[in-house]
Design a protein around this ligand. Structure first.
Ligand SMILES: [Zn+2]
Length: 224
């Protein structure tokens, strides 16, 4: 008896694929030309294709715990996220980078409450959220604000990547900070001018783009 996952693989091949075959074959013949690098938290409830209505070939995806960006420290370590950013900007020449955090993020909660002792890589990784943490108890409200602050912090880190900064300053690349509220089914987009996240239903654009390097959040203000 085939297991559930095997049945789903068969369904993809027999049901979905025949209806979209031409698109997949075009993507093979012409190669991929995604315009968007989507850096999202690994959380299973965040589904980039559903949020953006993207089809195969449209999103170059990076998922990691918390949707964090490693600092550009020239350590040349095994940084999968850094490698993906370099590839997306230098090879694929994407036109936008989205950093997408979300409500009820386990990474942000763990940044306050700690991770299992054995999870040494996870604990080191979570330090990438340190600058976004608030000196308060991890209340629901504090977690929400921290999730948003973490997104802005990652946008700032992205600007430290020379190839990102170059493309942004040349007007070829825009950076978008998103906070997806799972229970509302709505993405809030970061507006650098307002220094705030605005619900997509009220926003006039899908994010900061183009990110203005001189607008620095001061670690405190991110109006709700
Ligand atoms: Zn998360």
């Amino acid at each position: 008896m085939p297991d559930d996952l095997l049945l789903r693989l068969r369904d993809f091949h027999s049901d979905y694929f025949p209806r979209h075959q031409q698109r997949f074959q075009d993507l093979v013949a012409q190669g991929q030309h995604p315009k968007t690098l989507f850096i999202g938290c690994s959380d299973s409830r965040l589904v980039p294709y559903l949020l953006t209505g993207a089809a195969p070939g449209e999103l170059f995806l990076v998922r990691n715990v918390g949707a964090f960006i490693p600092p550009y420290d020239q350590s040349h370590g095994l940084h999968g996220t850094m490698a993906a950013i370099e590839f997306a900007v230098l090879n694929l020449k994407v036109e936008r980078i989205i950093v997408c955090g979300h409500s009820h993020c386990g990474a942000i909660r763990a940044a306050y409450e700690g991770a299992p002792e054995e999870a040494v890589a996870l604990k080191a990784w979570l330090k990438l959220a340190d600058e976004a943490l608030l000196p308060v108890q991890a209340s629901t409200e504090a977690l929400r604000r921290t999730e948003q602050r973490a997104v802005v912090l990652q946008l700032e880190r992205l600007m430290d990547y020379p190839m990102v900064r170059r493309a942004v300053e040349a007007g070829h690349l825009s950076l978008h900070g998103w906070h997806y509220v799972i229970e509302d089914g709505e993405v809030h987009v970061f507006d650098a001018e307002q220094g705030a996240f605005v619900p997509a239903s009220l926003a006039s654009h899908s994010g900061t783009g183009p990110y203005q390097p001189y607008v620095e959040h001061d670690g405190q203000i991110l109006a709700d």
